[in-house]
Write a protein that binds this ligand. Sequence first.
Ligand code: ADP
Ligand code: ADP
Length: 245
Amino acid sequence: GPLLQVTDLVREYTLPREHLFRPPGTVQALNGVSFSIAAGRSLGVVGESGSGKSTLARLVMALDAPTAGTVELLGRNLHQLPAEQLRQARRDFQMVFQDPYGSLDPRQTVERIVTEPLQAQGQTTRAEQREQAAQVLSQVGLRTNDLGKYPHEFSGGQRQRIAIARALITRPRLIVADEPVSALDVSVQAQVLNLMQDLQQQFGITYMLISHDLAVVNHLCDEVVVLYQGRIVERGSPGELFRNA
Ligand code: ADP
Ligand code: ADP
């Protein structure tokens, strides 16, 4: 079966009574979303602001619970797993955020930042963590002596490599990348996307890539879904979709 299977996903938010511009009640941030991603493939998720992209990412990462529907990774229903099993399953899916400066704690060394997912798993010694940090740093094109540095000592593109190294360290099957290059200069964007592509080929990583930028999606993705008001309104290859755009 597919690596990731999302079925009839619904997320409703209850609006506060005093909300000014909408009647009290609920908003359907996601309204029956289904798709799958085969292992080693890349799905792009595009859509205007408010279409439900972040809500979808949070549900796939099991950071939020759906109102209805399922998220299955490797056949396991993430939102039904007991807490301890979910903690272990978290090795298999990691996230890379838009703004690497914002998501990297400026007071922590690169070593502490990159090993954070291993600290959360709590099964490795500090020495093992350091060794794995050195390995993933080299996989993203950084050096072992960067381990003791702090985020502000790096360029934007290098900080995004650090964020990717942090995601890689548990050897995940799925990486959810939310606007991973949109804070970077265009020339640097291509370098980071090429790195993501290389890692995919090397390790069989599967991506769910959220982006407002069709060129970025076209660079990395085999298939695209377009979200509009919480529903998938179009899907196809980037070529098919962007011919009509
Ligand atoms: P996108 O990431 O595409 O901008 P979001 O997933 O952030 O879209 O939002 C989808 C819809 O859900 C929007 O109408 C948004 O206002 C609403 N929404 C998102 N998060 C919340 C929340 N915590 N409470 C209430 N409404 C929310
Ligand atoms: P090596 O001796 O080549 O460094 P490792 O024990 O580090 O081998 O890795 C064993 C296997 O895991 C190899 O097939 C390698 O390609 C793979 N691997 C290494 N790093 C990662 C990663 N970040 N994600 C997925 N697979 C990885």
